[in-house]
Design a protein. Structure first.
Length: 166
């Protein structure tokens, strides 16, 4: 029996792992659309553990994750309202026409699962907005104090035009 020449198997092409910047954009967009971490990770071509690790180690990504979930929660809420108002047409067995079905148990479970985290994030976001307002007011007050001190040192400056205003 003659020796058979050995054939080399072609090595499978290595799939280049997407960078954090690449996969995070896809992941967060899908998370906002579906509120589903597993589906979002699959779409971004990463494992769910990779996404959770990034969320734990990256505060900005964690905030974006929470914001995407809030957006997904809002979408789900709108979808639920649509279903409550219109129902879903489902074909009945042996019937020519479908009947409207109002099966919202899954939507209610998802809403209740995300309600607390979305409310928590909104509270944090609103608090950040309040902090920005307070900082803006404090900056304006400080500018007014500085102008008043400048006028106290040089009273003649009160008659000069500043920013088009006397």
């Amino acid at each position: 029996m003659a020796d058979k020449p050995q054939t080399r198997r072609a090595k499978p092409a290595r799939v280049k792992k997407p960078t954090f910047v690449q996969w995070s954009k896809v992941f967060l967009a899908e998370l906002a659309a579906t509120s589903n971490v597993t589906a979002s990770a699959k779409k971004a071509r990463i494992g769910t553990s990779c996404a959770y690790d990034a969320r734990r180690s990256n505060a900005a990504f964690n905030r974006a994750w929470q914001q995407a979930l809030c957006e997904g929660y809002d979408h789900l809420e709108m979808e639920l309202l649509h279903r409550l108002r219109n129902g879903e047409v489902k074909p009945a067995a042996g019937a020519r026409r479908g009947t409207r079905a109002f099966d919202n148990a899954t939507a209610f479970r998802l809403l209740s699962a995300h309600r607390e985290s979305a409310a928590r994030f909104r509270a944090v976001r609103n608090n950040e907005d309040a902090e920005a307002i307070v900082l803006s007011i404090n900056a304006k007050l400080e500018a007014m104090r500085q102008r008043r001190l400048a006028l106290a040192e040089n009273p003649e400056a009160a008659n000069t035009v500043i920013d088009g205003q006397p």
